[in-house]
Design a protein around this ligand. Structure first.
Ligand SMILES: [Mg+2]
Length: 404
């Protein structure tokens, strides 16, 4: 059948009228707008609550002593009722933040998120960082809550959004400063719990630190992997004495032997150390990672969400390190299993992250989280739950108050 142009136009107009297309248009547009709203929920509420968790014992490192974890919980909610959780554990000697300063910043930072689509995450992170550039911990709390929302809206665990690189990984557990005998006793206990590696806090007098490592190696035997962390406690010359002294005991690396700002000192220690050097307090951000690489100052980087300002900056550090062939660890402050689980999602997504030090939960007298990362004999796994996959203790959730 031959169709003329006139006939075609008549047929189209007739069809349109027959189906009531003109009348349906506004309805379909309305439906599309509704579907769009459902597909792209926006943030309608921002809440914060301080909470504290007592530790089993005094956690002493070269920078000071902690007896409680004093943290802040963040909760975001979207137009479709999705909830995202985030947490900051402020450690002021490293982060220059406290629980009180983080609470004070929750309002100006949280107000930047109101009405916004959580998938705008990089833009929102940038806005928060410009508003308060030296507040990585509270920014990390908001940023991980955004990831929690994105994962839940997408129906995927966060590590799958980042790119799944592994199915499980190992974490160590830490022995804090004490006498050599006491530290050796605790290290044996951790090895008995199945942890494949023990991190030894050091950073005091080199002779005492060498005694600590010797006592621990003799007590745990040759199979338990040992790491150490001086938390900036040594001078360059002390570091070299201490590192040469502990050299024979088979440690995998030493974290942050000298002051965080001393790139040249770190470079000098690394050049003469018998064991590899890992930067921790010296590298907060992706910029620090590049600065350290310029100074040829470390063999590895310890990435922490609380220093970096969240999951995305942590991944950026891992990418910089991967491009420079520098392996990384992911560590933690005194975070509950909420922020620890966020860190575990990062570990799961990056092959260049070869070590994990996600042990803060072990020191806590109560676990205010359900779901999230599981640790069995030092092996960490994540649930298939969308988002971060963590629920918080209702008693803490009840304390949440609107900040924006
Ligand atoms: Mg450290």
């Amino acid at each position: 059948m031959k169709i003329t142009r006139k006939g075609f136009l008549r047929a189209v107009a007739g069809g349109g009228m027959a189906s009531g297309l003109g009348a349906l248009m506004p309805v379909s547009l309305f439906a599309a707008a509704q579907a769009e709203k459902k597909r792209r929920p926006t943030i309608t509420s921002v809440e914060a609550a301080p909470f504290s968790v007592p530790l089993h014992s005094e956690a002493k490192v070269a920078l000071g002593v902690a007896v409680t974890a004093d943290n802040v919980l963040i909760r975001l909610r979207t137009t479709d009722g999705t909830i995202g959780y985030g947490e900051v554990s402020a450690y002021s000697p490293v982060m220059s933040e406290t629980q009180a300063s983080d609470l004070a910043l929750a309002r100006p930072l949280g107000s930047l998120l109101l009405g916004r689509d959580p998938f705008e995450l990089p833009r929102l992170l940038d806005a928060m960082t410009r508003t308060s550039p030296r507040s990585a911990g509270i920014i990390a709390a908001f940023e991980m809550a955004l990831w929690d929302l994105c994962g839940k809206i997408a129906g995927q665990p966060v590590y799958r959004l980042l790119g799944a690189a592994k199915e499980s990984f190992e974490t160590d557990c830490t022995v804090f400063l004490g006498s050599p005998e006491e530290m050796a006793r605790l290290a044996v206990g951790l090895a008995g719990e199945g942890f494949p590696a023990v991190k030894i806090k050091l950073g005091e007098a080199p002779a005492l630190d060498i005694d600590r490592v010797r006592a621990i190696r003799e007590a745990v035997g040759p199979k338990v992997r040992l790491w150490c962390d001086a938390n900036q406690g040594w001078s360059v010359s002390d570091a070299l004495v201490a590192l040469r002294g502990i050299g024979p005991y088979g440690l995998e690396f030493c974290e942050q032997p000298v002051q965080a700002w001393d790139w040249n000192g770190l470079h000098r220690v690394r050049a003469d150390s018998p064991i590899p050097i890992m930067a921790d307090e010296a590298v907060h951000s992706p910029h620090d990672a590049i600065e350290g690489l310029r100074h040829d100052a470390f063999d590895m980087i310890n990435i922490k969400l609380m220093k970096a300002g969240g999951i995305l900056p942590a991944v950026r550090i891992a990418h910089i390190a991967a491009a420079a062939n520098v392996p990384c660890m992911v560590g933690c402050m005194a975070e509950t299993r909420l922020a620890l689980t966020a860190a575990a999602h990062v570990v799961m997504s990056q092959a260049i992250i070869r070590w994990a030090d996600l042990d803060a939960y072990h020191e806590m007298t109560v676990d205010p989280c359900s779901g999230g990362m599981k640790v069995e004999r030092g092996v960490v796994t994540l649930p298939d739950t969308p988002g971060l996959g963590v629920e918080m203790d209702p008693a803490i959730v009840k304390k949440l108050k609107a900040v924006a």
